[in-house]
Design a protein around this ligand. Structure first.
Ligand SMILES: C[C@@H](N)C(=O)N[C@H](C)C(=O)O
Ligand SMILES: [Zn+2]
Length: 229
């Protein structure tokens, strides 16, 4: 259980709608679909209506500060089955990166890997009271693309299992490159917060509006969006 799971969900019933991708940049093919994740009725480029409206606002704030820059949509709606798929993928990758073999893991090694995975991934819970944020259609993973169409270097890739994913990881680093990373993370955060989102304290790219994490971070008594299906 995360602290935000204590928040009561009063589902408002707002539909999932397609993100108007022509207003944004998008990674294609979708990073999880490319790995074999199977989506049902909705693609990852769906979100709740108000979340899409806020995202369009954020894009317009960004353009007012940095003409011709775009938000890049990395991931939006994610069924629980895809959450499970990505948690399993992330577990297998973390084992490989350490040069270990799953069948030979000690209980301590297994525990170390699960801890790293669940540091950034939500549990693929099917309990309606504790939905993974993206399964509510209220969470979106985004980054920036500059006026020349280049994906901005934020100092770590999305979904990296490391401390570099923490939003303020580069805040106190005086190196010019580190300061640039921090400035760009702040720019992304500023336009998203201005549009009503909250940022996951552990991930520079994950923003939410109306779900339990958002309610918890903005001191709201209840969340508006629960698991979609
Ligand atoms: C890992 C990242 N893509 C992400 O979305 N993390 C949040 C916490 C999640 O799994 O919902
Ligand atoms: Zn996310």
């Amino acid at each position: 259980m995360r602290p935000y799971h204590q928040i009561l969900i009063l589902e408002c019933g707002e539909p999932l709608v397609e993100i108007p991708l022509e207003l944004f940049a998008v990674e294609s093919p979708h990073p999880y679909a490319k790995l074999g994740a199977i989506y049902g009725d909705y693609s990852p480029y769906y979100l709740r209506q108000s979340v899409v409206n806020n995202l369009i606002q954020a894009q317009s704030y960004l353009e007012s500060l940095r003409p011709h820059w775009r938000m890049q949509i990395f991931d939006g709606y994610r069924p629980v089955a895809v959450q499970q798929f990505m948690v399993d993928y992330s577990f297998a990758t973390a084992i490989q990166e350490r040069g270990w073999v799953e069948a030979e893991l000690t209980p301590q090694q297994r525990q170390e890997i699960w801890q790293a995975v669940y540091e950034i991934w939500a549990v693929p819970s099917l309990d309606k009271k504790t939905p993974p944020p993206h399964s509510t259609g209220a969470a979106v993973d985004v980054t920036l693309v500059d006026d020349r169409g280049r994906v901005v270097d934020m100092g770590s890739p999305i979904d990296e299992l490391s401390e570099r994913s923490h939003p303020d990881y580069y805040a106190h680093n005086e190196q010019p490159a580190a300061q640039q990373y921090h400035t760009h993370r702040q720019l992304l955060c500023d336009v998203m917060l201005k549009a009503g989102f909250q940022r996951n304290p552990k991930e520079w790219w994950h923003f939410c509006y109306g779900d339990q994490m958002w309610a918890w971070l903005s001191n709201q008594p209840t969340a508006m969006y629960g698991r979609v299906i």
